[in-house]
Design a protein around this ligand. Sequence first.
Ligand SMILES: N[C@@H](CCC(=O)N[C@@H](CS)C(=O)NCC(=O)O)C(=O)O
Length: 202
Amino acid sequence: MKLYYAPASPFVRKVNVFAMETGLDKKIEWLRTNPWQAEDKLTAENPLSKIPTLITDDDKVIYDSRVICEYLDSLHNGDKLIPGKGEKHWQVLRLQALADGILDAGILRFMEKKRPSELRSKDWDNMQQKSVERGLDYLESSISDWSDNLDIGVITVACVLGWLDFRFADEDWRTRRPQLKNWFELFSKRPSMVKTMPAEAK
Ligand SMILES: N[C@@H](CCC(=O)N[C@@H](CS)C(=O)NCC(=O)O)C(=O)O
């Protein structure tokens, strides 16, 4: 399999952690790209020019991170990280959707920060920041429902928190959320997390 990636992408990290936790990482060949430049090699596979984008061994193209993780989960015989149908399935997918949504709002803020200051909208930034804050509050208040699990939901939560530390290091999410802080500290020690720390693209 081949995976289009860039080193700072939290969605790529999610797929990478998922692949390591399911023992599939050795089967992935990494193809570096810059999705913001809409390089031909990427847009030929994914018209949205987004990463992660996976090319399977039989040349199928799969995106986005949710669909890639579901595909990876179908390839191994260990414990599934996306539980089959039933209550657990929906809980895990909802946790993933919440964490992905926090990331989406965080990325909108990050993009806004990059615009010339006279073009930036404080209202827009506040609105996205509030989504992030509410999402994190929910993670703190619901932590006993998910913190003992290893699944696509908690992997996504961990990648979101890692990305917030990477891109918004000056904003403290921990003080008001001690349980989330402790959980993240522990989860971050997993080899899959240690080996996939985000890095600025060179
Ligand atoms: N929902 C997508 C989001 C992917 C995404 O937004 N990736 C970013 C990098 S972190 C990207 O490729 N952005 C380029 C663009 O939006 O043009 C997923 O889960 O894979």
